[in-house]
Write a protein that binds this ligand. Sequence first.
Ligand code: AMP
Length: 190
Amino acid sequence: MKIVLIGPPGSGKGTQGERLARRFGLEHTGVGDLLRAEVAAGSPIGQEAASYMDRGELVPDELILRLLVPRIFAAADAGGYLLDGFPRSVEQAEQIRAQAAEHGATPDAVIYLDVPRAELVRRILARAAVEERADDNEQTVDTRLQVFDEQTRPLIGYYRGRGLLRVIDADRPVDEVAAAILDELPPAAD
Ligand code: AMP
């Protein structure tokens, strides 16, 4: 199973991604987590990515693709992937599309976690108090929500046009969202 999760910050991608990955025995590729690990390790990718992340902006595509493409293809070869945080723009989706098709790594389903803005802000600021993420503060939250609207939201139409999109009402308890996602997934194939 190859699953892409899309949603604004605070929509539950990380939480639902973990559950789905466990359920289907997939590698959970959380792009934000990978980037934070690179930053913590002080790697060249991390050093380049840090300032974009601190501002709540997208890290340049070239860097993201360098980090992710080998992982996505390796995971697809090993039985599937659960991608949480990539692609985050139509440009990113297009940059990997042809290569992914050739590699048998096109997603089986794209899940969009839909949550109203006021609830997103509430969740992110609540998480800030617990996780101490550098980008979970009021200024950056605004930027990240704007980046989602401008750069990531167009993916909804992009994947709808390809018949892959499943919209999930994610403004409800974690277990209900998880059940709704399972209902929407195609029967587990390869
Ligand atoms: P997240 O944990 O998914 O909210 O991601 C945290 C930050 O990592 C984002 O605000 C971006 O700066 C960066 N990031 C994550 N995924 C991507 C991506 N696909 N493209 C560019 N930047 C990304």
